[in-house]
Design a protein around this ligand. Sequence first.
Ligand SMILES: [Zn+2]
Length: 569
Amino acid sequence: MARLGPGLAALAICLATPAYADTLIDNVQGQTIGADGHVERFKAMLMDDAGVVKALIHEGEKTPKKGFQYRVDGKGRIMLPGLIDAHVHVMSTGFAALTLDLSETNSLGEALEKIAAYAKAHPDRPWLIGRGWNQERWKLGRFPTAAELDSVVSDRPVWLERADGHAGWGNTAALKAGGVTAATQNPSGGEVIRLADGSPAGVLVDNASNIVAAKVPPPTARDYDAAFALAQRDFYRRGLTAVADMGTEMADWQAFRRAGDANTLYVRIMAYGSGIDSTVQIGGPGPSPWLYADRLRLNGVKLYMDGALGSRGAWLKAPYHDKPDTRGLPRLTQTQLGNLMSRAAMDNFQIAVHAIGDEANAVLLGAMEDLSQTYKGDRRWRIEHAQVIDPADWPIAERVAKSVGLIASMQPVHQTSDRLMAEARLGPERLAGAYAWASAKAHGAVLAFGSDSPVELPDPWTGFAAAISRVDEGGQPAGGWQPQERVGRETALAGYTADAAYAGFAEKHFGRLAPGLRADFIFVDTDPMTATPEAIRKTKVLETWVGGGKVWDTATPEGGAAGAEPVKK
Ligand SMILES: [Zn+2]
């Protein structure tokens, strides 16, 4: 139901007669993508006891005065549908948040203080794991020692990875766990840093660090649950009410299920199994049903066609501009790709394939076109990233889009973060097809926007600003990078809401505010339809509601979901 004339609107209101347990949210500047794909504005919303939208009340229509049990005063604030991140790694986001981060410390003393506080905050964790230290940044002139770590934590192993990942620093308990002694030989490609008497000093370089790293216990179910809670909090406090998890392992799925069973699953998850094996292990004969009142579903499978541009693992048609002896490489042969895609399509698992380089995208599109002869219907095959497309391949994309549906799952913030690197790798000729959001849309793909968290922060506002401007937070480059690939605000909003839901077969459940859909919404302090990109980046999410229950309120941030209303089934 889009913007109805007054007569029809009156009818709609009367069909949605308020019932006793309904909630009216009024006095809002509401905006959502409407059924026609355009922005629809409203001033109030009625939702039922199950957290489902019953009606939107538009300007010029009468707001019901009675019949509902609860009323929420929107205080004139901007109300949007809950945003959706179409490409995250949920558990990696959570584990990154669970790990001690020393990357901002400026001295050994500051790092030790942080380590001590972290140990105190996590008394029951058997190992303390962290990363990010750098003795250069500390101006220490030497590596830190086990004894220094012992001075703050000696009761259990502490293992901290250096900022570049090429060394580890352990306390005595960690060295002991790894069996590292004066007698330990340096492994090839590694070095045990030693004291004058030959005993290990605390830092193990390169291959030597594996001696202790191999002893770090794998995360327990408790660790998974703690990490998941942190990831989820990071999502909903930024205004995300749903995410697509790109590469779900069985242990991840079990953590999501435990949260669902405990009624603490707040953010909706559209899961894509990590390869065919995890997908079949989780889903069995096909995608799972929607579970926990539309909070969790296994949609399909995530596959990898190639690597990344930064490490020159992306598969290009022509050599890298800055390394002419390579054009990257595929991670699957064409036959393997075809077989895996068939295996998934046969059982109606949705297919999502990581493809960065133009050759990877060309081969993937070719495989999609071939398979569309066999597997017909509404498939919505997804290209994850679709980062560099040879404009010559757009006609194939168009044909795939028409026959089975094509999703371009892209991350606007990658464009601003990667710009200089992409220019170096690709040279000037290939930039026209890089991060080509507007072209993808023009050729029939549905744009679903995301962040690839934890690669980037799961912050939809940074992405929204980049999507409409193609400039970074410093306003660079002036006028936008390849500005013809900018998208309009309406497209950006759809990419983070309705179209991201569509990309996960969720459009009948959430993604817009409309009668019959879940009441997932946010209050924000900035209007993304009118504010400057700089202002949009700084958007404050004031409240986040999922399924008619509040899960985040900036006024009580520490409460987080603890102060949430019960999840409505
Ligand atoms: Zn990813």
